[in-house]
Design a protein around this ligand. Structure first.
Ligand code: BG6
Length: 503
């Protein structure tokens, strides 16, 4: 969809915060497809006027290097569409004056009655602000539309996500609720759909007959930074697996959609989640692992352990590393394990998907790789965004000796193409009413439902089973091997007659 969005106002609640300065405003500045008539209204409690708000945005954009001195006139020009309104959003009485001021700005700028709300606030405000918006009858308009974007975390467990959903769906229609997962805004993640559905070569191989297992990894060097109080109550399972990695898994695993319409794609995503094999206590014991970083060294700098980070409980048992093996019990994927790994304060920042194809039935050649990792399709989501196909090649010479090589495509070889930031795409999509890259309510609930037994079990177990790894470690291999070493390494296969597992 290349539609330019309708004329509209973007109202950002929590506008004095980090997200607005670091992501939202820079992304809007970068995007060239903004409507001609467009205003951004920042709303927050911090006492400042529009000029001061513009100045703080201007400075943070310069500091972040998002714009250079030569761009400054454009930035100043862009910031003319930004306004700021001081508002205590916890108080019902504050909303009447707030909407009166928004209405004035809208009329003065001749903008249609279209408002996109963005909740960039602490999650505690997610149920509060929409309820006050409804109180002011601003949740719909007969002359235009209302939409709302909600940041993660969307609840912290199944019950909370469901309750939040219930409330939001009683205020806005589902099609106007945009639940953000910024990973889906990444160009390389979207390309998974194109790689799969714009090319015919993968489809015959994309199933249990040819794929041995799948790995989805997202490691980071960063710790919890200033987000300790949020992170300590979330942990890596909620923060990365539920929010992002399980969605990537759905892109990899879904069936081809009937059409490329958002609802058709979202239907297929929900079907994947419905097919996830529920985690039994036995699966949790054998197929999942969690860890927490201790003090260590990253890029030559000593860094504290998780429990010594600001705003973290010194006795915290929150996981900063997760390894998880899961199964999608459907016709395409039965018996193919999907491994998900994620962790903070590891040796490198890397997000990638590796499709491991099955072994050849016989090994003829010296040097031939054997096992299930010889043929791989490696989709590197970040950094060094690329796609690589690994295979065995005859070494030139008189013998049939084999070495492993790869055919690589790097995004940076597309000289003219700048990879847009995730928020650029997602904001634009919400502005033009395209929900394809946003999570639908049923998918979200299903993913929470799948992870619920694990969340509960880890909460119950406290310290038990929580391993520690020094900051700066490589993906703790022995840990990973422990879950890899489950039935899968014993050449588990699913019997074609009775559909049970044999080794
Ligand atoms: C966020 C998580 O959603 O994603 C952070 O809350 C994490 O903890 C971040 O660091 C990773 O995103 P990216 O785009 O930097 O890989």
């Amino acid at each position: 969809m290349n539609k330019i969005p309708d004329s509209q106002i973007l109202v950002i609640f929590g506008a004095s915060g980090d997200l607005t300065h670091r992501k939202l405003i820079p992304s809007l500045f970068e995007r060239k497809l903004l409507p001609e008539k467009f205003l951004i209204v920042g709303v927050a409690r911090t006492r400042q006027n529009t000029e001061e708000f513009r100045k703080s945005l201007y400075e943070s954009m310069l500091q972040s290097g998002k714009t250079s001195a030569t761009d400054n006139p454009h930035l100043t020009d862009f910031l003319r569409c930004v306004y700021y309104i001081v508002c205590d959003t916890t108080r019902s009485e504050a909303y009447g004056p707030l909407f009166a001021e928004i209405e004035q700005l809208r009329n003065a700028a001749g903008i249609d009655d279209n408002i996109l709300f963005y909740l960039a606030t602490p999650p505690i405000m997610y149920p509060v602000i929409p309820a006050f918006i409804r109180e002011q009858h601003q949740n719909s308009s007969s002359r235009g539309w209302r939409r709302i974007i909600i940041e993660k975390p969307y609840g912290s467990n199944e019950a909370e996500a469901r309750a939040l959903d219930h409330l939001l769906c009683s205020i806005f229609p589902e099609r106007e609720i945009y639940r953000i997962d910024h990973f889906l805004g990444k160009e390389t993640v979207q390309n998974i759909l194109v790689l799969r559905f714009a090319n015919s070569i993968w489809e015959p191989l994309w199933n249990r007959n040819y794929i041995d297992h799948i790995e989805i990894t997202a490691t980071e060097t960063l710790g919890v930074e200033q987000r300790g109080s949020y992170y300590d109550s979330a942990g890596a399972l909620r923060d990365m697996v539920q929010s992002h990695l399980i969605q990537i898994m759905a892109f990899i695993a879904m069936e081809p959609p009937a059409t490329f319409e958002p609802e058709a794609i979202r239907d297929e995503i929900s079907k994947v989640f419905r097919s996830l094999r529920p985690l039994s206590p036995d699966d949790i014991a054998r197929n999942t692992l969690r860890g927490q970083y201790s003090a260590g060294t990253i890029d030559g700098q000593k860094v504290p352990g998780y429990r010594d980070e600001p705003h973290i409980d010194p006795q915290s048992t929150t996981e900063t590393f997760v390894a998880l093996k899961l199964y999608i019990d459907n016709w395409r994927w039965a018996g193919v394990p999907v491994f998900i790994y994620t962790g903070k304060r590891l040796a490198e920042k890397r997000s990638e998907v590796v499709i491991h194809f099955r072994n050849t039935p016989r090994t003829f050649f010296p040097g031939q790789c054997c096992g299930n990792s010889c043929n791989q399709l490696v989709i590197t989501l970040q950094p060094d965004e690329s796609i690589r196909l690994r295979f065995g090649l005859k070494q030139p010479g008189t013998n049939f000796e084999v070495s492993q090589v790869s055919m690589d495509f790097f995004y940076k070889s597309l000289i003219e193409t700048r990879l847009p930031g995730a928020y650029e795409r997602l904001l634009l999509d919400a502005m033009r009413g395209d929900a394809l890259l946003y999570s639908r309510s049923d998918a979200l609930e299903l993913s929470w439902h799948f992870l619920a037994p694990l969340l509960e079990s880890w909460e119950r177990d406290g310290d038990e089973g929580l391993i520690t790894y020094p900051a700066g470690s490589k993906l703790p291999r022995e840990v990973v091997d422990r879950i890899h070493a489950q039935p899968y390494l014993l050449n588990e296969s699913v019997c074609c007659l009775c559909n049970s597992r044999h080794s």
